[in-house]
Design a protein around this ligand. Structure first.
Ligand code: ATP
Ligand code: MG
Length: 424
């Protein structure tokens, strides 16, 4: 038997229903917030991610699926969504229209060669948004509000918002120097990866999962102390807007996030699943005012986030949230014999076209097994069609819960269901 590839998973059954519900909610959110749907290719030129995500990030150094196609092109399965969206934004010259920021959202699979474990897959799904063309702190607050409000709407209670700021280029430069000075005498006690990070991008040491929590990390310089006045003001305003939106947050001065190009605000939203550890981070994002330029576009501010769908689904499960998924059919149709099948099929399709969830016996089961199946499908009503019904055009509709029966003329059938079933 061929089995699924390590780090992948299948969706079906109840999980599939719940996932579809969450996806629907996401689409409704994006409509209301007026974000534009983007879909970019799952594979792109490898160089896009090397530059877009950053050469020194774990994602690029260790986690990408790189391959050559038959035309000898260097391609990569996208490990994240931002680089592709920015490529599209630049390539399609969407910066041409200055009247509004471009607010983009995307949803789809991402690929990272990671060690599979709970909450960590090699193919996983992300929902993300990017807003280009506004450096206003109000936009940072809007971006943070989207996951927070989505989680609230889903009923998640135990979520925590962590924010921090890296400041503008000048602040980052000052901070980088402070970090080099600070970590230099402590290099030996850092993990191998961090020694490498020290040379290439010392900021990334703070994002290390191995060294997290050690004294050296806790006492490391804080970005807050190296901010320019302008950067300070930006951060204060982001906080002001979050307060205005009643979004509770914690300033976590060690939060730097995984990408190389963040400027100003960075944030993460955490769930509280026991034993989930760092996999509790449901969503992360921030501002990246240099990234469009880095990918050869005009200087454009940007801010966005990406959320992992698998971890979100786990948090929903963990908090025992009942999502309003549909677990019943409205009507189950049983043609008694071959003779009544066509009529049954027509009725079935007609009810479906009027918005009722309808099933029919496809397999010529006997009545007893059909009743069992109707129960299993939680069918509210059952219609048995025999020769009498076919000749008289009068159907017997059985309420499968109260067991009451109703005689209804064929052309009044839809009226009956309209009166007795709430469509939503
Ligand atoms: P982590 O620190 O957990 O590795 P990250 O910093 O690599 O996360 P991002 O690149 O910011 O994560 O992706 C945003 C979100 O996507 C994460 O917060 C997480 O919910 C989800 N995510 C990232 N990698 C995976 C994965 N391998 N499997 C499932 N979800 C993931
Ligand atoms: Mg990661």
């Amino acid at each position: 038997m061929i089995q699924k590839v390590k780090g992948t998973y299948d969706v079906y059954g109840q999980y599939g229903k719940k996932l579809l519900y969450v996806e629907k909610l996401i689409r409704m959110f994006m409509e209301k917030y007026n974000y534009e749907y983007f879909r970019t290719p799952i594979f792109e030129s490898s160089s896009l991610f090397h530059r877009g995500v950053g050469e020194t990030t774990d994602i690029v150094t260790k986690e990408t699926y790189d391959f050559k196609d038959r035309g000898n092109r260097d391609l990569t399965l996208r490990p994240e969504g931002t680089a592709g969206i920015i490529r599209s934004y630049i390539e399609n010259k969407l910066y041409g229209n200055n009247s509004m920021p471009v607010k983009a959202w995307y949803y789809g699979p991402m690929y990272r060669y990671e060690r599979p474990q709970s909450g960590r897959f090699r193919e996983f799904y992300q929902f993300g948004v990017e807003a280009f063309g506004s450096d206003d702190p109000m936009m940072d607050a809007e971006i943070i509000s989207i996951p927070v409000n989505l989680y609230k709407a889903l009923g998640l209670k135990e979520i925590k918002v962590n924010i921090n700021t890296l400041g503008d280029d000048e602040s980052r430069k000052r901070y980088r120097e402070a970090l080099i000075e600070y970590f230099k005498p402590h290099l030996e006690s850092l993990c191998e990866d961090c020694k490498e990070r020290f040379k290439k991008n010392p900021l990334r040491i703070l994002d290390c999962k191995l060294d997290a929590g050690t004294d050296i990390m806790k006492k490391a310089p804080k970005t807050i102390d190296y901010l320019t006045d302008k950067s300070k003001e930006h951060f204060e305003n982001v906080k002001k807007y979050l307060k205005a939106l009643n979004i509770e947050y914690v300033v976590n001065t060690n939060l730097v996030r995984g990408l190389d190009y963040y400027t100003h605000t960075v944030f993460e939203v955490e769930a509280n699943v026991k034993g989930f550890g760092s996999q509790n981070v449901l969503c992360g994002g921030g501002r990246y005012d240099n990234l469009v330029e880095t990918l050869d576009g005009p200087r454009t501010s940007g801010v966005g986030f990406a959320m992992g769908m698998e971890r979100l689904m786990t948090a929903i499960e963990y908090e025992k949230i009942e999502l309003p998924v549909i677990n019943n059919v409205d009507c189950f149709i049983i043609p008694i014999s071959e003779n009544e099948k066509q009529l049954g099929f027509e009725i079935c399709m007609n009810l479906r076209s009027k918005g009722f969830i309808t099933e029919i016996d496809y397999n010529n089961r006997n009545l007893k097994n059909n009743f069992k199946l109707a129960d299993k499908l939680n069918s509210k009503y059952i219609i048995i069609i025999g020769n009498d019904e076919k000749i008289s055009n009068i159907l017997t509709i059985k309420n499968n819960i109260t067991k009451e029966e109703y005689k209804v003329e064929l052309d009044k059938l839809v009226d009956f269901f309209n009166e007795n079933i709430n469509k939503n």
